[in-house]
Ligand binder design. Sequence first.
Ligand SMILES: Nc1nc2c(ncn2[C@@H]2O[C@H](COP(=O)(O)OP(=O)(O)OP(=O)(O)O)[C@@H](O)[C@H]2O)c(=O)[nH]1
Ligand SMILES: [Mg+2]
Length: 396
Amino acid sequence: MTAPGSPTPDRPSGKDRSSDVDRAGVARLFTQGLDEAFAALGCFNLAVFGKTGSGKSTLVNAIFGEQVAQTGVGQPVTKGLNYHRHPGGFLGLYDSEGFETGTSGDAILAGLRQWVTDHRSLPVDQQIHAAWYLVRWSDRRLEVPQESFITALDELGLPVIGVLTQVPQRAGEVHPEAIEFAEYIASRGLPLRPDGRMIPTNALSDPFTGSDVFGLDQLLQATYQVVPEVATAALTAAQIVDRERKRQAARRVIRQSVAVAAGVGATPIPFSDAALLVPTQVSMIARITAAYGLPAGRSKALAAVASTVLTGGATMAGRYLVTNLLKVVPGGAVAGSAISGTVAATVTRAVGAAWMSVCEHAISLEPTERDDFLAGPGPRQLFTAVLKRGGTTDLR
Ligand SMILES: Nc1nc2c(ncn2[C@@H]2O[C@H](COP(=O)(O)OP(=O)(O)OP(=O)(O)O)[C@@H](O)[C@H]2O)c(=O)[nH]1
Ligand SMILES: [Mg+2]
């Protein structure tokens, strides 16, 4: 007869159960951390104007990815102005989809004026931070209502960036007539930021003419120049053109978390309490994920990946960090029975760098490939591979 309270064969072993709990716990912490990280990013709000067919949707897709356009026609804000919000919440787009800002410009402006007045007293992150005004180069003329529209936007206090769209370029040479047109517009003395000129762009390559994509980075950097500090982190998460800015944001997160971990480890942590470091690391990888602007709509998959790599199937996330990660940390194999500040910092830096490489790879993929990658063994393999190299990364 079995003694009361003794384990029965069909009961899951304590080891398995605690592993499940740890994994679920880390996944929950990660999801919560991701929500907080997205909330902390705030929102970059951009207004995009230009005649129908000037290339607004195409340009927005090229700079921010397909996700915003996929949300379809946005929510009407005023006559002629719709609002789309990126699923991650860090990008708000106002556009005049399907409206002629030339002929219906007055109606759009009246609505916009009202909107700007109503929002003036709200926090900066709820205001419009920049406006792009698009002109298709092949129109070869800028009409008076278009000039008035640009001036009116400026008078409303919106920094306006002029974009010449669908400009052909071959072997690095921009179509001379587009340059001529840009020069003409520059001569009009319009309040275009930063220097009174339009930025020539082509957002789609055209195999027939051999025209390449160009000008997107210039447009993005001009946008950074006019955007208030409070919206910069959200712009960095939202855009897909400048990877280096995402890396810098992620490295900042790692530096901060390493400092926190070093503080935790300053009083040496016994092996068994190494889990004390886990919240710092989970919140770090959640913030890195947000800095890269990985889609919040995939947070379940990301949480599963995060919990897998941080628990590694071990019974205790903390013990895993000590017993497995320290093996790959230079000098970490393993002196004494406690984690010092230095070791805590090294491990945290390695985890951050390894997670960065997972995010970096994920954003380089097309959305469907990305979903497959996140659902498969790839993230764990990549994470482990970087960790084995010591997770070194340049954190400047
Ligand atoms: N080659 C090339 N074609 C472009 C470019 N931008 C837009 N197009 C094409 O021009 C057409 C109109 O572009 P859209 O981006 O839909 O224009 P839109 O301003 O959003 O138009 P509305 O939504 O009607 O206001 C599409 O067929 C695009 O494929 C570009 O930079 N290069
Ligand atoms: Mg459109």
